[in-house]
Write a protein that binds this ligand. Structure first.
Ligand SMILES: *Cc1c(COP(=O)(O)O)cnc(C)c1O
Length: 399
């Protein structure tokens, strides 16, 4: 099911109090009530255009949340202070002590650590499986399982999830599907294939400036309201509130998301193709050699490419570490974690963003220590960067 988020966002106009083209930045933690009855009503349920307290909601956060709901084709959205806050709040809202998660084993290291080390403290257990193998997903489900969790494009191996097939399993066992779509905003709209809750780390492509940490939860109006409930809402009660100044800034950066994504995708496809041509094992869903290339093509909203993330294996762990600093010296980009920046960013996931995952499990999921992850930047001339990477690889005798 195709969707055009860029077109939806194009028709999303926000007007400030005085008709400003950028809405005013909410500079208040609290809001006046015009009557006692209105106050009571607001504590009971949401009233369109009325605000209570900024941890609950405020106008600028609401403007950003509405843009994110359009992006993800959901009824509503909630912004949070980080991607991890979005993940933890969404799951804590759904789960009770004693419940279980069936999760993809190739997920962001922070999420993995949350499920593996932290959630058991409150009685929530997780079974990690290869979500590309639907049989193993089904086998892991018990009568305690409440949630299927995965990333639409996984970190760092770039496996593509068959969301519709996972939905069929979820329906059979009455599970909620929570999807982290951080690697593929605009490219894939998980709600169109049956995701109940879609999470983003806004820190990455959506904000795109590497100047803040932020997150969001996109879902039905009912679920978003439950997160904000003054008596039982995870966001309201745990309080990971996005600051108003930041919400305004993220909203402005979102205006160029479609243009940035097209350039990230264009450059990443060239970089991946050239690396593969040099004989390196390259992971990029836009490559014909990628095991889920056809699946990815069937999921993509047309026009934004296959995304800006790729990984390649240089076969030697020590060499992979040296390569990171060499590529930085050659001005390919920055040796840094994170993604979605205008400059190319690269890191070795085994020792950084996925280091929370034990070594033997990394090996089991096909993640070698010599893997290099790259978030390809917006370079005007990507061939120049390709040449520089090639120079480093030759120098280090990888090719
Ligand atoms: C970065 C990241 C997160 C965590 O987001 P923060 O904004 O850093 O809290 C979660 N999932 C994925 C896929 C990420 O890349």
């Amino acid at each position: 099911m195709k969707y055009n988020p860029a077109e939806k966002l194009q028709d999303y106009l926000v007007f400030g109090e005085f008709g400003e083209v950028n809405p005013s930045i909410t500079d208040s933690s609290t809001f006046t009530f015009l009557s006692f009855d209105k106050m009571q009503e607001l504590f009971d349920h949401e009233i369109e255009g009325c605000f209570l307290y900024s941890r609950h909601l405020n106008p600028i956060n609401d403007f950003l949340a509405r843009a994110l709901a359009l992006l993800e084709n959901t009824e509503a959205a909630q912004v949070t202070a980080s991607g991890m806050a979005a993940i933890s709040c969404a799951l804590l809202q759904i789960l009770n002590s004693g419940d279980e998660i069936v999760s993809s084993r190739t997920i962001y290291g922070g999420t993995y650590a949350l499920f593996k080390n932290f959630f058991p403290k409150i009685g929530i257990e997780t079974k990690f499986v290869n979500t590309c193998n639907l049989d193993s997903v089904e086998k892991a489900i018990t009568n305690k399982t409440k949630v299927l969790y995965f990333e639409s494009i996984s970190n760092p191996l770039l496996e593509v999830a068959d969301i519709a097939a996972l939905r069929r399993i979820a329906d059979a066992y009455n599970l909620k599907i929570v999807v982290d779509n951080t690697f593929s905003p605009m490219l894939i709209t998980p709600s169109n294939y049956g995701a109940d809750v879609v999470i983003h780390s806004l820190t990455k492509f959506i904000n795109g400036a590497s100047d803040c940490v932020a997150g969001c939860i996109c879902s039905s109006k009912d679920f978003i309201n439950s997160l904000r409930n003054v008596n039982s809402g995870a966001v309201m009660l745990l309080g990971p509130t996005m600051d108003s100044l930041r919400a305004a800034s993220v909203l402005k950066n979102m205006h160029t998301l479609h243009i940035r994504l097209k350039q990230h995708s264009k450059n990443a496809l060239i970089m991946a193709t050239e690396l593969e041509n040099l004989g390196l094992k390259t992971f990029y869903p836009g490559l014909k050699s990628h095991p889920q290339h056809d699946l990815m093509e069937s999921l993509l909203n047309p026009g934004f490419g296959f995304g800006g993330m790729l990984a390649f294996d240089v076969k030697n762990e020590e060499v992979s570490h040296q390569l990171l600093t060499r590529m930085q010296e050659e001005l390919v980009g920055y040796f840094a974690v994170s993604l979605g920046f205008y400059k190319t960013l690269f890191s070795s996931p085994g020792t950084s963003t996925s280091s929370e995952i034990p070594k033997e499990e990394q090996i089991a999921m096909g993640m070698s220590g010599s893997l290099v992850r790259m978030s390809v930047g917006l370079d005007n001339d990507i061939y120049k960067s390709v040449g520089r990477v090639e120079k480093c690889l030759r120098e280090m005798k990888v090719i």
